[in-house]
Design a binder for this molecule. Structure first.
Ligand SMILES: [Zn+2]
Length: 150
């Protein structure tokens, strides 16, 4: 718990930045969801994959290897056809490669969604590698803690 409390200045700094950029007198939790910047940067699915792989390199050799294997398994659906659910998520079946349905529209927002969802996939794969099925699952709250940067 002390370790968790020690890390609180980082999200607090992020909350203050949201408040300042959005010019809000008071910040509520829902205020952290609007984008802080607008970007017309374009990013293809392939670029999103390459940037995501680069971003996980500092996490050790196992993480990029797992990420590369998951991405090579073509275990996602990225096209936004009419009628497809607008949400992005990852499915988890113990011991299997994650499946990530998302709607990649070659935007910067698509890149961050791609990286966020594959972050969940990595979390699940690492948990499955380290823990037996009866203890490998985790709550949504725990899942989103490591991914607050979306
Ligand atoms: Zn998430």
């Amino acid at each position: 718990m002390a370790k968790t409390h020690g890390a609180l200045p980082t999200p607090h700094r992020d909350f203050k930045l949201h408040q300042r950029l959005l010019k809000l007198p008071d910040l509520h939790y829902y205020d952290v969801y609007p984008p802080m910047i607008s970007s017309d940067r374009r990013c293809t699915v392939e670029q999103s994959a390459a940037l995501t792989l680069d971003a996980v390199k500092p996490l050790g050799s196992e993480v990029p290897t797992l990420s590369q294997a998951a991405l090579a398994a073509r275990s996602m659906h990225v096209c936004p056809p009419p009628g497809k659910e607008s949400d992005a998520y990852q499915t988890a079946v113990y011991g299997l490669t994650r499946f990530v349905p998302l709607n990649h529209e070659d935007s910067f927002e698509s890149l961050t969604t791609f990286a966020h969802e594959w972050g969940h996939g990595l979390h699940t794969m690492l948990a499955n590698h380290a823990l037996p099925p009866e203890t490998a699952s985790y709550s949504l709250f725990v899942a989103e803690i490591a991914l607050m940067t979306k």
